[in-house]
Ligand binder design. Structure first.
Ligand code: CAA
Length: 500
């Protein structure tokens, strides 16, 4: 049975559903949008008008084109209006009972040839399909927030999906100007299985006091080059949605990495669901900094009566270049005994250097990340005034300081390496190719590189060593380097692209 997809229904017009409806309407396809009642319908209309209004304001759409797009969308509160739709996409909250009820109704209402798709982020499509009399015509079509902007659609087939249907839906995705990645039915698919554990890990580390909210967001944006920090992104996705996805992942894996951080549950209970609710990790009027050149950090600078070191010692690998940069700023580089502040550019725990120093309270770890960030790690002995002064030095040297505690791999690598490890495990499991995983993370999350491109750029051994250090520190099984990574390093393979 070949599908033509002339009319598409979208059930649920929240952030995602409205965005999905816009994608189809922009591609010239007629859309019937369904919501539960008049208030929700009005909100859905509002989402569509706001999103296309923003494009109009930016000169990306003419008034006429906007009117055409909006004119292709019919809004209704009756599922019965979907009787003639060729494809229906369900985009209601991540609750299996809601989805099952809707699919039972759609199966009764829609013509037998219609394809029933779900935008679920993590729930079993096989289980949803089983509630219908046409499991072969049920498929996953997973969009990313904001749907009109993000270029990826995950197409998810089950064991019983009709042959050829996944390719037809992938072709439809291409008609929308998107890139499809087709995979089987596993909780979280590609992107959420890699993204959500990383976001959760950030929440766990925030709760542990490793670094502050703004500093972690800044570190991941400017240090790792991601489009948004993890807390800004949790607010965009919704804390409730993130919690539901993690719960499904945890149910399948029983892996602590997927156990939702208590800080998420606490905020959700307080009604802090993210942008859609007016606040999540960031408050309603508070905006995460999204610039890529910001030189501000949440950390306060030193006050006038605090020490401002003029003589510093710089220890460790890469120290000479950084010392030269500080000398350019007028600082005197001295031996350790004569310094006021001692900057340790070292990946071993900074505190291990303290017993050798005459003034361990002047010791601060400095970890240079990329071209623009320096993590500034205080040990248990560091004088907070010295730590603040070092943050100022780092700023003067042209880097954004990210104050943090002295823990293995500090902030950026502590979050990045486990995500890379998860990607290696996913590939090794046979679920998706390295290329598909890279494309999915680039287009689904707006990353500059996919995880395998990142591993290749950093070096397999560097990533393996970082994971070993993290595992030695935290003893969490998920931090142990994936066996495939260990083996590729042992075999001298330098790049995932060169693997046999
Ligand atoms: N709706 C429609 N358009 C939007 C939008 C929205 N909510 N937000 C931004 N845009 C558009 C803007 O109009 C702009 O379009 P033009 O280039 O045509 O002018 C474009 O997106 C870029 O926006 P901005 O310049 O305002 O902002 P930016 O450059 O900071 O980009 C961003 C914003 C696209 C959201 C970017 O920060 C990004 O890529 N972030 C990562 C988002 C991400 O990871 N999404 C996936 C989440 S996971 C998920 O959704 C799956 C799930 O199941 C949980």
């Amino acid at each position: 049975m070949t599908s033509t997809f002339v009319t598409v229904g979208v059930v649920g017009l929240g952030t995602m559903g409205a965005g999905i409806a816009e994608c189809f309407a922009r591609a010239g396809i007629s859309v019937i949008g369904v919501e539960a009642g008049p208030e929700a319908l009005a909100r859905g209309r509002g989402h569509l008008e706001d999103s296309t209004g923003r494009a109009l304001a930016k000169g990306r759409l003419t008034e006429a084109a906007r009117a055409e797009i909006l004119g292709r969308v019919t809004l209704t509160t009756s599922l019965e209006d979907l009787a003639d739709a060729d494809l229906v996409i369900e985009a209601v909250p991540e609750v299996m009972d809601f989805k099952r009820a809707i699919f039972t109704d759609l199966d009764r209402i829609c013509k037998p040839s219609a394809v029933l798709a779900t935008n679920t982020s993590s729930l079993s499509i096989t289980a949803i399909a089983a509630t219908t009399t046409r499991p072969g015509r049920v498929i996953g079509m997973h969009f990313f927030n904001p749907a009109p902007v993000m270029k990826l659609i995950e197409v998810i087939h089950t064991m019983v999906t009709d042959e050829g249907l996944a390719e037809e839906v992938a072709e439809l995705a291409r008609r929308l100007g998107k890139t499809p990645v087709t995979v089987g039915d596993r909780a979280g698919f590609v992107v959420n299985r890699l993204l959500l554990p990383y976001l959760n890990h950030a929440a766990v580390l925030l709760e542990s006091g490793l670094a502050g909210r703004d500093d972690i967001d800044t570190a991941m944006r400017l240090g790792a080059g991601l489009p948004m920090g993890p807390f800004a992104l949790l607010d965009l996705i919704g804390l409730d949605t993130s919690y539901e996805v993690l719960s499904v992942l945890f149910q399948e894996s029983r892996d602590r990495r997927h156990a939702p951080a208590p800080i998420l549950r606490e905020r959700i209970s307080a009604g802090l669901l993210g942008r859609k609710a007016g606040g999540g990790f960031y408050g309603p009027g508070e905006h995460a900094d999204t610039s890529h050149t910001s030189h501000t950090s949440g950390a306060p600078g030193p006050s006038a009566d605090e020490p401002s070191p003029k003589r510093v010692a710089v220890l460790g690998e890469g120290g000479d270049a950084f010392a030269a940069r500080l000398a350019d700023e007028g600082l005197t580089i001295t031996p350790v005994e004569e310094a006021e502040a001692v900057l340790a550019l070292s990946s071993v725990p900074v505190i291990e250097l303290a017993p050798r120093l005459p003034h361990p309270e002047r010791l601060v770890g400095v970890h240079l990340v990329g071209e623009g960030v320096a993590e500034v790690a205080s040990t248990v002995l560091t004088d907070p005034r010295v730590a603040r002064a070092v943050q100022s030095l780092v700023r003067a040297a042209g880097r954004v300081p990210v104050p943090c505690r002295d823990r293995a791999e500090f902030v950026v690598d502590a979050l990045l390496y486990p995500y890379l490890n998860d990607a290696v495990r996913m590939y090794d499991s046979g679920y998706a190719t390295c290329e598909d995983i890279d494309v999915a993370m680039r287009l689904g999350c707006g990353y500059r590189q996919g995880p395998f491109e990142t591993i290749d750029a950093l070096g397999l051994e560097t990533v393996r060593d970082g994971l070993r250090a993290l595992y030695a520190e935290y003893r969490e099984p998920f931090l142990a380097p994936a066996p495939l990574l260990e083996q590729l390093v042992a075999a001298g393979v330098r790049s995932f692209r060169d693997r046999p």
